[in-house]
Design a protein around this ligand. Structure first.
Ligand code: ZN
Length: 129
């Protein structure tokens, strides 16, 4: 499934767990794997804490400190910091489906990570039974 997502900030993590869950439900596949993939070079995917929003804040804040906008970067577009953060997070994740349910930990959520927003973005889910 292809999904469009609108990001609102330059750096942002958006919880997309419910969208992934819905795709799994609609697939009627009870046992398998769902892959979530981002077709961008300055956005990523990660699984992390879904309860305390301060965790997301701390992740983004820490990444900004370690990889700030750097005038010495060679990439002409000026967004190498975003490319680096996207590669660090990774562009995909996979989750086990068992009895039609995502085998996520209680505190885990799937996050679309924007590093060069705001933009209109895409992500794909692929469910393999
Ligand atoms: Zn670039």
């Amino acid at each position: 499934m292809e999904h469009t997502i609108k990001t609102n900030k330059q750096d942002e993590m958006i919880n997309i767990t419910d969208i992934v869950r819905e795709d799994v439900r609609n697939s009627n596949i009870k046992d398998g794997i769902v892959i979530v993939f981002v077709p961008h070079t300055t956005a990523g995917i990660t699984i992390n804490e879904n309860a305390d929003p301060d965790v997301v804040y701390d992740i983004l804040n820490s990444l900004q400190k370690v990889f700030p906008k750097d005038k010495n970067h060679r990439h002409m577009e000026g967004n190498s910091h975003a490319h680096i953060k996207a590669s660090l997070m990774g562009l995909s994740c996979y989750i086990i489906i068992e009895n039609g349910i995502l085998k996520l930990g209680t505190w885990q959520g799937v996050y679309f990570c924007e590093f060069d927003g705001p933009r209109t973005r895409k992500f794909y889910t692929k469910i393999i039974g």
